[in-house]
Design a protein around this ligand. Structure first.
Ligand SMILES: Cc1ncc(COP(=O)(O)O)c(C=O)c1O
Length: 405
């Protein structure tokens, strides 16, 4: 596979600043220029009420619908099964209320010790409100990954719902979500996958996964600040309407109280257009699968450059897979440094024009499982995406060398 033409890629992200090596992408990626242009065009020329009969409203409605269709295409689903909301946290919150009636006293709900709190807290509150029992699916302490054995230990004949992450936002570990979903379905439970940390790096195909529910945040996939929630065919009808009473039966709209920010929805096609163009520019057919295969190959090189250095540092503990293997991890790399607070490491790097961060990244429970005593100081995270360059990783490595002495 040809190397990524980084000049071409980086020319499409006006937010990139040569003075700042940006490694905070798991917090939020930069939006691609096509997204910025669409949002601003919508605000400038189309900002009227939807669904009216005058031409401007018809255009606005078409643009918002095109955004929902593009979001659906991104995950290989039909638009009717896609909810767009303000964020994944907000979407899961609404979903947890909509699904509550399917869980009753004595039932069991499973969450993991690795997930971002967005895919834990709402489920814990829902389980408590329904008199259900909460079970925790724990990582393998040696690999910091979720495993089928861990899942089996958490499942029972009373399990109704299992919520887990496709990729850890703190350890970068990729999970075999399809195998997990099969096991969850065999136990008669519903599967809810947090794909927020997966979607910027690999193609999401909810149909191939066979999952009941899948969430991701478009603002981490080069898009606008929106969350995307997929609900599989047949399940939407069993959920309770969370919108106005007279909107019962309106499908995905039932889970979109207040609908979606119009200008941001209208911007989503910019993501799909960019990914298709990326594949075509490198000789592919302009497919999303092709784009993500190219992205994965470049990311593996970036991650290996950093991990190679970290593996050589005796004071550094890498959490998650220490190799860059694209089948096993995303280029979200976290570590701690013996004898140094994570906060100090991040500050040292920031003073050298390298944007990384420390903390628990809202995966606070995972810090306990990683054996991190001070949750708030947490770990140091360098999260890369495909627009990062090897030269930027070299800056990060040089900064770390100086900081660690
Ligand atoms: C893995 C993961 N899940 C969920 C979330 C929450 O997403 P949002 O900010 O859209 O609520 C994040 C945000 O960082 C995340 O990394």
């Amino acid at each position: 596979m040809t190397d990524l033409d980084l000049e071409w890629v980086r020319a499409r992200f006006s937010g990139l600043d040569p003075a700042l090596a940006f490694f905070e992408n798991a917090g939020g990626s930069l939006p691609v220029d096509g997204v910025v242009r669409r949002a601003s065009e919508y605000l400038a020329t189309d900002m009227v009420q939807l669904d009216a009969a005058y031409p401007r409203s018809e255009r606005a409605t078409a643009r918002v619908h095109a955004g929902i269709s593009a979001a659906a295409e991104l995950v290989n689903a039909a638009p009717a099964h896609v909810v767009l909301g303000g964020s994944t946290s907000a979407n899961v919150y609404v979903l947890s209320h909509a699904i509550a009636k399917l869980v009753g006293p004595g039932d069991e709900v499973v969450v993991t010790d690795l997930d971002h709190e967005a895919n834990r807290g709402a489920w814990m509150r829902m389980a408590a409100a329904r008199g259900a029992t909460l079970r925790e699916w724990n990582i393998d302490p040696d690999t910091q990954a979720l495993t089928l054995a861990g899942l089996d230990a958490a499942l029972s004949e009373r399990t109704r719902l299992v919520c887990f992450t496709h990729c850890s936002n703190v350890a970068g570990t990729l999970h075999d979500a399809k195998a997990f979903v099969e096991r969850i379905h065999a136990a008669g439970a519903l599967s809810m996958i947090d794909g927020v940390a997966y979607a910027p790096h690999r193609r999401v195909d909810v149909s191939a996964l066979g999952t009941d529910l899948y969430a991701l945040s478009l603002y981490k996939v080069y898009g606008p600040h929106l969350g995307l929630l997929y609900v599989r065919p047949g399940l939407m009808e069993r959920l309770e309407n969370q919108n106005h009473a007279f909107l019962a039966g309106s499908g995905a709209y039932e889970l979109m109280p207040g609908y979606v920010s119009h200008e941001l929805a209208a911007a989503v096609p910019g993501v799909v257009e960019y990914l298709r163009a990326l594949d075509a520019h490198h000789g592919g057919e302009g497919s999303l699968d092709g784009a993500f295969a190219r992205i994965a190959a470049h990311e593996e090189r970036l991650a290996e450059r950093l991990l190679e250095h970290l593996r050589d540092q005796p004071r550094v503990r890498i959490i998650g897979c220490p190799r860059a293997d694209r089948a096993e991890r995303a280029p979200t790399v976290v570590f701690t440094v013996e004898g140094m607070r994570s906060e100090a490491v991040a500050a040292e790097l920031a003073s050298r024009g390298v944007a990384i961060r420390h903390g628990h990244f809202y995966a606070a429970r995972a810090m306990d499982s990683f054996g991190i005593v001070d949750r708030d100081d947490g770990v140091v995270r360098a999260s890369m995406v495909h627009y990062n360059s090897l030269a930027e990783v070299d800056r990060l490595v040089a900064g770390l060398r100086e900081a660690l002495g």
